[in-house]
Design a protein around this ligand. Structure first.
Ligand SMILES: [Zn+2]
Length: 63
């Protein structure tokens, strides 16, 4: 059975804005490049990913 999207879901997707349920602030997506262990853990490769940043984690992500 398919889940029906609520109107609020559709509206938030249209605006491309995510509100953090914890701090109630808009989440900003930022490309963060960080080393990631390769299988075996003996070497690393640089990997970029989009990270959502809000008041909850901005210090740990941007430090
Ligand atoms: Zn937050």
């Amino acid at each position: 059975m398919a889940k029906r999207q609520s109107f609020a879901d559709k509206a938030s997707k249209k605006k491309h804005e995510v509100i953090c349920p914890v701090c109630n602030q808009a989440v900003q997506y930022t490309l963060v490049v960080a080393p990631e262990p390769v299988s075996g853990g003996k070497s690393f490769k640089m990997r970029s990913r989009n990270v959502g940043i809000c008041k909850c984690n901005e210090k740990s992500v941007l430090a």
